[in-house]
Ligand binder design. Structure first.
Ligand SMILES: C[S@@+](CC[C@H](N)C(=O)[O-])C[C@H]1O[C@@H](n2cnc3c(N)ncnc32)[C@H](O)[C@@H]1O
Length: 236
C-alpha cells in the first residue's frame, strides 16, 4: 500500500514538474510579443514572471478551469455593463473567451484581445460560430497598446486582466461603458494583477485611475471575493 502511494505520488510530482518545466520553456519561445522592460509584458507575456500562467500547459489547464470558477463574476460584469443588441464589445485579456461566449451572444460585434495564443486557441473554439459569421474577432495584442481605432467600441471589459485605462478610454465612443473585475484588494492585496502586475489597485486607486483616464462617476462594487469597477465615457 505504502509502495503504491509512493509510486503514485512520485509519478504525479514528476508529471507536474515536467509540465511546469515545459511551460516555462515554451514561455521563453517566440509565441507572441516581446517582453519590454517596465511594461505589462514583463510580468504576463510568454517569458515574463507570470507568463506561464497563461501560456503552455499551465495556461491550457487554467483556460479550462477559469470559465467554471468565474461564472458568477461574468454574471456581475454583464449586469453592470447592461449589454444591448447594438453593442460592440471589446474584452481586454479575454482569455478563453468565456465571458464573450456566455454573456455577449446577442451583441452586434465582439472582439477579444489577449497576448496568449494558448488562450486565444481556447477562445477560437468557444466563439467558432461567431467567428464564421464575422461578428467576432480575436486579436493577439496587449492592453498596453490596443490595436484599435479611437471610439471603435461601445463597451469594454477587463476581467482579471491587465488594463491601461487611458487606452480603454481611447477606444470607447462617447457614452461608452467600461467594467473591470479583479480580486478584492482588501482580501488579497499583494498578488499580481491590474496595471503593472505588481499589486492590486485599492478602491481609491481604481477611482483615481479611472477619473485620471477621463471617465466619470465610477461605481465600485464588492461581491464575494471580488471588486467590480464600472464607468462611462462622457457623452460629447
Ligand atoms: C486571469 S486571465 C482572465 C481571462 C478572462 N478575462 C476571464 O476572466 O475568463 C488573465 C488574462 O489576461 C491576459 N493578459 C496577460 N497579459 C496581458 C496584457 N498585457 N494585455 C492583455 N491581456 C493580458 C492573459 O493572457 C490571460 O488570458
Amino acid at each position: 500500500m505504502r509502495r503504491t502511494t509512493f509510486i503514485t505520488g512520485g509519478t504525479l510530482a514528476a508529471v507536474g514538474a515536467a509540465a511546469l518545466a515545459y511551460s516555462r520553456l515554451r514561455a521563453r519561445g517566440s509565441e507572441t510579443l516581446t517582453p519590454e522592460e517596465g511594461s505589462l509584458f514583463t510580468v504576463y507575456a510568454p517569458g515574463g514572471s507570470y507568463g506561464f500562467l497563461a501560456n503552455g500547459p499551465v495556461g491550457w489547464v487554467i483556460a479550462k478551469l477559469m470559465p467554471m470558477v468565474e461564472a458568477g463574476v461574468y454574471d456581475t460584469v454583464a449586469e453592470m455593463l447592461d449589454l444591448q443588441p447594438d453593442d460592440e464589445l471589446l474584452d481586454i485579456g479575454c482569455g478563453p473567451g468565456a465571458f464573450l461566449a456566455a454573456k455577449a451572444g446577442d451583441t452586434l460585434r465582439v472582439v477579444g484581445l489577449d497576448p496568449s495564443r494558448t488562450m486565444l486557441r481556447a477562445a477560437e473554439r468557444r466563439l467558432a460560430d461567431r467567428l464564421k459569421t464575422g461578428t467576432a474577432r480575436l486579436v493577439t495584442g496587449s492592453a498596453a497598446e490596443l490595436p484599435f481605432d479611437d471610439g471603435e467600441f461601445s463597451a469594454v471589459t477587463a476581467i482579471f486582466a491587465p488594463v491601461d485605462l487611458t487606452e480603454a478610454f481611447r477606444v470607447l465612443r462617447p457614452g461608452g461603458r467600461c467594467v473591470l473585475a479583479d480580486n478584492d484588494p482588501r482580501k488579497s492585496p499583494s498578488e499580481p494583477a491590474s496595471r503593472w502586475g505588481r499589486r492590486r489597485w485599492t478602491e481609491d486607486e481604481h477611482r483615481r485611475l479611472l477619473e485620471d483616464a477621463g471617465f466619470t462617476d465610477p461605481t465600485v462594487r464588492y461581491k464575494g471575493n471580488y471588486l467590480f469597477g464600472g464607468v462611462r465615457k462622457p457623452s460629447e
